[in-house]
Design a protein around this ligand. Structure first.
Ligand SMILES: Cc1cc2nc3c(=O)[nH]c(=O)nc-3n(C[C@H](O)[C@H](O)[C@H](O)COP(=O)(O)OP(=O)(O)OC[C@H]3O[C@@H](n4cnc5c(N)ncnc54)[C@H](O)[C@@H]3O)c2cc1C
Length: 263
């Protein structure tokens, strides 16, 4: 089977800053990491590769420096990496991003399984995975915590309220993966990083994937962001000292005063 994993480079979440005047994310000088959900999706793909000898290809869309997340994935064991990088992609919303990723996946030929993270920790929309499935005309299973393959059956364990559901699908199918203890994100050794430099890595432009310019970038995006701003700072929490019983009495007193509970 051929597996594609969509990996996104994101700013380290604790470091995200927003320019108060323009409302844009300040990315310069902010450390970047692989989107944590994608790291789990990658690990799931690599375990299937180890078990069944499948081929794993990574696809990422981003600026040239996003190469580092593709390189990380290849050092961990993926066979090939694609970076979609072109000024034509700049400003793309989730629809345009899904369109470009789907065009790239289609160019790769016969794909049996596409894995994406459930969401990116910066954009946080959780729309891209389902968007790619829609653009590829593939069925999708979201919120998966585990994936296995038995012959031509793809078996996904999907998280639902109060438990999980086992969903079987015939390929091709797209799964969005959550973070789960079944997959422990790993980091490569120095030797593995060196060896990965010899693996096939391609940078594709909009023209390379046959993307139509009117569907790309800010102009091709049906969503227009009005404003991005950080949430207002929360008031500092009140701290009480004393025994647990004294603290509880104070909390009850406040809850009554604020009419959260009746006298
Ligand atoms: C009008 C508008 C303009 C924007 N302009 C810019 C801009 O100029 N620069 C910019 O960086 N962002 C921009 N964005 C944000 C960008 O559209 C989103 O980051 C992107 O579409 C993914 O959405 P998300 O972050 O919510 O990911 P989610 O939908 O939450 O991601 C789910 C999963 O999809 C996959 N995925 C998502 N994005 C990518 C990717 N790029 N490559 C590979 N896999 C991916 C990953 O597996 C990820 O875990 C803009 C958004 C809007 C609405």
């Amino acid at each position: 089977m051929n597996i594609v994993v969509c990996v996104k480079q994101v700013p380290d979440s604790t470091e995200v800053k927003i320019n108060p005047e323009t409302g844009h994310l300040i990315r310069a000088g902010v450390p970047s990491i692989i989107n944590p959900y994608d790291h789990f999706a990658l690990q799931a793909a690599l375990e299937l590769k180890k078990k069944h000898d499948f081929k794993v290809t990574l696809v990422s869309m981003g600026p040239p420096q996003a190469k580092s997340v593709v390189q990380l994935g290849m050092a961990l064991g993926a066979d090939e990496g694609i970076l979609l990088s072109d000024m034509a992609f700049a400003g793309s919303d989730t629809w345009s991003t899904s369109y470009a990723l789907a065009r790239a996946i289609r160019k790769l030929g016969k794909i049996d399984l596409v894995l994406a993270g459930m969401q990116a920790i910066d954009g946080d929309t959780a729309q891209t995975g389902p968007g790619v499935a829609q653009q590829l005309g593939m069925p999708q299973v979201t919120f998966c915590e585990h994936v296995d393959v038995d012959g031509r059956r793809i078996i996904a364990r999907k998280l639902i309220d109060g438990g999980y559901e086992i969903v079987e699908a015939r390929p091709p199918v797209l799964l969005t993966m959550i973070m789960h203890k079944d997959y422990v994100p790993r980091y490569p050794s120095f030797l593995a990083v060196n060896a990965s430099l010899k693996k096939p890595f391609h940078v594709w432009s909009a023209a390379d994937i046959g993307a139509e310019p009117q569907f790309l970038g800010l102009k091709g995006s049906p969503t227009q962001v009005d404003k991005i701003y950080p949430p207002p700072q929360r008031e500092k929490a009140a701290m009480f000292t004393g025994s647990g019983q004294e603290g509880m009495a104070k909390i009850l007193q406040i809850m009554k005063a604020e009419h959260f509970i009746e006298e």
